[in-house]
Design a protein around this ligand. Structure first.
Ligand SMILES: O=C[C@H](O)[C@H](O)[C@H](O)COP(=O)(O)O
Length: 279
């Protein structure tokens, strides 16, 4: 059935809200004291759901942002703001919630569509449990199929031209420095004073795609597995962090991992689909 753009936008917002509220219900236990709050438009509903629990539950909790937007969200909701830089060595967050631009069958993620990824990865990897919240558009069998803008890569500005050269050498089709327009002339600048390069690589393979031996996944025939590409990208001089949240362990999840223990998707029919490493 044809829907107007306005109806579609409303459906997407409803889906984000459903996913976020369900994730908070399932993963925010009252005894938790340290909570990571990610960035983006879906996380707004995570904070809404947390604030709705009221001070009797939330006043004993500290909330750790992943950048200036989530810092503002936490403060505006009257929640206790704390910084990951103040988390003592050896301690972890109880749980962290964050959105994603695309999620594949193995729960690898593309993140950074909103120019936040570096602090997000630090917070996610600092949590015992990382929970992803998203709407139905983000669910995709392979990364790079629904999200075609490219993998967001945070780079040191002075290194950007060299990084672009290297990305092209690795097979990226037309990698570009993300512009700041309409809000800012010139390149977009992250919360960390870096630039973002968006590097399209086409659909990214999973280990199961290379099992037959027909594809290597090492980029030699133009196709990369998530792991091989991520390992190559992070080694480029000038790359601060990459918007691939991935894990070598396939479907295994360990604390300190970048992959979520669960991904919540608000679906178009009003249900919430929950993907876990075993599902
Ligand atoms: O840079 C932005 C973050 O990685 C976001 O979490 C991601 O882009 C998803 O954002 P949204 O919830 O607005 O789709």
């Amino acid at each position: 059935m044809a829907t107007t753009a306005e109806e579609q936008a409303k459906l997407v917002e409803t889906s984000k809200r459903l996913a976020a509220h369900q994730a908070v219900k399932d993963y925010l236990l009252p005894e938790y004291t340290r909570i990571g709050i990610g960035s983006g438009s879906t996380v707004v509903y995570v904070v809404e759901a947390i604030a709705a629990l009221g001070p009797a539950v939330t006043s004993k909790m500290a909330f750790y942002p992943t950048g200036s937007q989530s810092e503002e969200l936490i403060e505006a909701a009257g929640l206790n703001l704390q910084y990951i830089s103040k988390l003592p060595a050896g301690r972890q967050l109880d749980v962290a919630f964050d959105g994603a631009d695309e999620v594949d069958d193995d729960l690898n993620l593309i993140k950074g569509g909103g120019a936040c990824l570096w602090q997000e990865k630090i917070v996610a990897a600092s949590a015992k449990q990382f929970v992803c919240v998203a709407d139905f558009r983000k669910l995709s069998p392979r990364l790079g199929t629904a999200w075609k803008k490219g993998i967001p890569i945070e780079v040191l500005p002075m290194a950007a031209p060299r990084v672009l050269d290297e990305l092209q050498r690795m097979g990226s089709q037309n990698p570009r420095i993300r512009p700041g327009l309409p809000g800012k002339a010139g390149a977009i600048v992250t919360d960390n004073g870096m630039w973002i390069v968006d590097a399209p690589f086409g659909p990214l393979l999973l280990p199961k795609d290379t099992e037959s031996g027909a594809q290597t996944g090492n980029g030699s025939n133009g196709a990369w597995t998530v792991d091989a590409l991520a390992d190559g990208l992070i080694k480029i001089p000038g790359v601060a962090e990459i918007g691939l949240f991935y894990g070598k362990n396939g479907l295994q999840v360990a604390s300190g991992a970048q992959k979520p223990v669960a991904a919540y998707f608000g679906m178009a029919d009003g249900t919430v689909e929950v993907r876990t490493p075993s599902s």
